[in-house]
Unconditional design. Structure first.
Length: 116
């Protein structure tokens, strides 16, 4: 999914719904987290206009960080999954190739763990 190309929301949803390997579930989860965080950030900002509250300011900052991380994690997940597919394609019956697949799968688990 990493690209300098800007997608519309409709294009992104079509890409997730396509038969392409990525973006997939991890990217969708990361973006859903980013959207949820953006709504928390908005609610905090609106409330802070009426009253200043240190807890809400801290929550707004944390929500902003999660919102910003969402697209990055979506891209990382898509890239890691592409690495798994490539490793599987090249592995064959070679034990070293199978080890590369294992390493790729391990790396691919990192973004979903952060998302969770």
């Amino acid at each position: 999914m990493a690209s300098s190309e800007q997608l519309t929301v409709a294009d992104l949803l079509a890409a997730v719904g396509s038969d392409a390997p990525a973006p997939g579930a991890g990217a969708a989860a990361a973006l859903a987290c980013g959207l949820a965080a953006a709504l928390v950030e908005k609610a905090c900002a609106v409330t802070l206009r009426r009253e200043d509250d240190a807890t809400l300011r801290a929550l707004r900052e944390r929500a902003r960080d999660v919102r910003i991380a969402g697209p990055r994690l979506a891209d990382e997940d898509a890239a890691a999954y592409a690495g798994v597919i490539e490793a599987q394609r090249l592995a064959g019956d070679d034990p070293a190739g199978q080890a590369r697949v294992g390493a790729a799968l391990s790396a691919a688990a990192e973004a979903p763990l952060v998302i969770a």
